[in-house]
Ligand binder design. Sequence first.
Ligand SMILES: O=C(O)CCC(=O)C(=O)O
Ligand SMILES: [Fe+2]
Length: 568
Amino acid sequence: MPRKNPQYDETVAAAETYSHSEDDDEEYDEEDSVIEAEEVPFWRQHLPAIMIAIVATVASHLWNQSQQQQSTLLKMPELSTQKHPHVNDYRRMANISFCPNEKVTGGKKFLKPMEFFIPTESYDTIVKYYQADDVEDDLYEQLQYSEKPMDPNLECLKSQKGLKYKGTSFYYQTPELKDIYPELDGPSSSEMSRKRRLQQPPLDFTGFAAKFVNLSPNPVLLIWDGKGGNTKNNRLVGEIPPFESLGTATMPGHSFHVTPIYDTSTALQRWAITLDNALVYYEPNTPEELKSKLTPEQYIKYQRQIINKAYARDYLISSKRTWLGHFPPRAPLHFMHSADYIGQQHKVGDFSLKVLSVAPRAFLIEDFLSPEDCQAVIQLSQEQGLKLSTLHTGATAKQTQDLSTRSSSNAWLPRDSNELTESIYSKAAQVMQLDPELFQKYHDSSAHHHSIAESLQVVRYKKNGEQYQSHHDFVYPSINHRYQPSRFATLLIYLNDVPKGGETRIPRALNNYNSKGLEIRPKAGQAVLFYNMLEDGNMDDLSQHGSNPTDGHEKWLANLWVWNPIIG
Ligand SMILES: O=C(O)CCC(=O)C(=O)O
Ligand SMILES: [Fe+2]
């Protein structure tokens, strides 16, 4: 997995090959990054030296960090290294059924049943998904399982006749304006005036998430063609290992291509991406060729992608949204606050959450921190030292710095830095109605079994126009991970008042009035909670957000990212 170690320069980070291991306490950073494609052959040639440099850099970083933390460490409860009970009976296959007359419903408003059809060749792969749940094979490492699968769905699957298997699951139906503004949808308004009054003004931001899948047995590089179609503007998005995928935020009409990893001048395939064609496949071989050519390990990975492709098509038809996740769909384990209409209030203990946006779900929490606490957090981050912020493109990519995308600096504060950070974590858990025990500091390879929260990321934007372009906070997990870990929710905590510029912007927030979507002016001590995932397990493309450039005033905020179901 990519590390967020700021010392990891882009050349080194690009040298990382894909791996499932969580090997230190490093955390993800955001996506949307690009680096010069021309650099790639260099690091390929120098791979051994670079690998040594990685080990040395990470080791020295960890050592520095442990030294730093020891000096500030307080007496905190012993952290568990056990798998937390909240994932104990987790089943990846829980939200689908292959049995006739068994409707799987999410049991919630806006969750609608849907049918999907997958090829019958995928029988073995489906059985293995059930078996992996039985034995908790979290990274789908076993090719064969000795135990017989237990799930009754398999009997139903076996008894199905036909060219495809039919299954049921559910999708989240994006609310419409009439749901969000019930007062404008009253019986008094005639059909004509209702239409006039309920209309999203054309949004001035048209970006969206796109996902690229590599169905070839060779790794490829994904390259954004850049502005103006000049090859000089080409930017590397990242490497896509065989039968894996890579996502990035893009704009309509932008084009991308893939190349072999040793020859960035040969475009194997090129796509112009649109919102209704935002999930694309590089598939140079026929299924028959692949069947004869692939190892059993590769073939099952290929099959997982084929099932996902079929599911994605049916999901798009039902929900009208791109499926950015992986089959089998799995609703988040964590509680999600509902958001029925703008202005709705939820009382949670000492806090009140006010709905700012229904799609995506975003809430304002006043008085989350006192002005003194805000200052103390800023000071703590300054003592630690802020470093230029970095970016990454998801589970399969590296990270880098791109000042035109993200120009701020940041510092990371673990939960147990002091009593104040400790209290921020308990408040965050309270606001999200999640178990505070799950918000642990995570620091070793078993981390994903016992924490759902990253360290607090304190961010400073200088006053001269620093910004963060629209991006998604979710990451795209590998298809070969039973938990499909991703950033589920973001809690933004504003640490100072910013009278002009620097607004948080959610540019695609559904609303009746504003072409800019939703803009939030930072106010010290206020927090904003939004979800990056939907209740059907898909990533929420509408959660795309950014920070407007500052305009004469510094901006300070803290990000707290919460993962579902655990940190991967
Ligand atoms: O600065 C903001 O308002 C948003 C920050 C953000 O989206 C991030 O750091 O991921
Ligand atoms: Fe963000």
